[in-house]
Each structure stands twice: as structure tokens, then as C-alpha cells.
Design a protein around this ligand. Structure first.
Ligand SMILES: Cc1cc2nc3c(=O)[nH]c(=O)nc-3n(C[C@H](O)[C@H](O)[C@H](O)COP(=O)(O)O)c2cc1C
Length: 156
């Protein structure tokens, strides 16, 4: 049980880009969370849909990415900052698995708000895991900042 997994949800590509960088630098396996339903193409309508889902604590069905994690020791978990919290797709993943005894490392991308509540949300959902200090990137991740962060948490 020594596999490293990088799990993420991304709507516009920033979090995917950061996940990819982490996967390259840690030699971990990348896993994208794909829900059964997509959001509207219109931004304002999509934002309303997201806000509504978050306020209800809605956990969408995942058609990809929800496979077992028993053989993973370290799991990086990434989400865009949506209204200061996790994307509902990431909440679905967190609620579907047992993280006890695993190392969990949060990451997010944002538009200026940093992690918001995301680190706290992940800690709440993974109470028996060892949570390391995460990275929050505004927009597109730069390879060097990821390297520096991974060094500070002992992954390079
Ligand atoms: C519905 C919605 C809500 C958002 N809320 C916030 C927020 O509260 N704080 C913030 O800093 N950025 C917010 N953003 C910006 C995103 O976090 C940012 O663009 C992120 O990099 C998008 O990730 P993605 O490209 O992986 O989808 C929001 C974006 C959307 C679409």
C-alpha cells in the first residue's frame, strides 16, 4: 500500500493543470472525478446551479474517479474554490471513502480567495487521516511553486 493518488475535479482546467503538475512531480496516479451531469454552458446559470448544490450539501453521482482507494497510502485531493468551499464532486468522493490512516494533501485553484474553507472541509470529512499542508494556486500553476511546496512537505 504505497501508491500515491492525485484526485481532482476541474471545470475550466486550472485544477486539472495543477493536478497534472503534482502527478508529474510525485510520479503519482492521476484520477479525474467526472459527474453524471454537467453544468449549463451559460456561466451565470452554472454559478446558480453550483450555489444551489453547495447550499444543499448535494453530492453528485460520479461516473468516473470513485474507484476504491484501499491500495493508496497518500492522496492529494484537489478542487476549485467555489464560493469558498469544495466543488460538490469532491465532496462526493470524500463521503464515499474511508481515509483513516492515510496521508491526505489538499490542493485548490482559486480566483483570489485562496483555500477559503477547503482545508477545513477536507479535514472535517477525513477525521482519522494525517492531513499535510496544501497548496492554493491563483489560476494556472507554475512548475517551480509546486516543486517548492512539495519540498516543504517532504515529497521531493
Ligand atoms: C461558480 C464559481 C464560484 C467561484 N467562487 C470563487 C470563490 O469564492 N473564491 C475564489 O477565489 N474563486 C472563486 N471562483 C474561481 C475559481 O475558483 C477559479 O477560477 C478556479 O481556478 C477554477 O478552477 P477550474 O479551472 O479547475 O475549474 C469561482 C468560480 C466559479 C465558476
Amino acid at each position: 500500500m504505497n501508491k500515491t493518488l492525485i484526485v481532482f475535479y476541474s471545470l475550466f482546467g486550472n485544477t486539472e493543470n495543477l493536478a497534472l503538475e503534482i502527478a508529474i512531480q510525485t510520479d503519482g496516479a492521476l484520477r479525474e472525478l467526472i459527474p453524471d451531469n454537467n453544468y449549463s454552458f451559460d456561466y451565470n446559470t452554472a454559478a446558480k446551479e453550483v450555489r444551489n448544490q453547495i447550499s444543499r450539501g448535494f453530492c453528485p453521482k460520479l461516473i468516473c474517479g470513485n474507484e476504491p482507494i484501499a491500495d493508496c497510502e497518500t492522496i492529494f485531493i484537489g478542487s476549485p474554490n467555489w464560493f469558498k468551499t469544495l466543488a460538490p464532486q469532491v465532496l462526493s468522493f470524500l463521503r464515499a471513502h474511508d481515509f483513516a490512516g492515510k496521508i491526505v494533501i489538499p490542493f485548490c485553484t482559486h480566483g483570489g480567495g485562496g483555500f477559503g474553507q477547503i482545508e477545513n472541509d477536507i479535514a472535517r470529512e477525513c477525521p482519522k487521516s494525517n492531513i499535510l499542508s496544501g497548496i492554493a494556486v491563483n489560476g494556472t500553476a507554475q512548475s517551480k511553486e509546486v516543486t517548492k511546496w512539495l519540498e516543504t512537505i517532504g515529497y521531493r
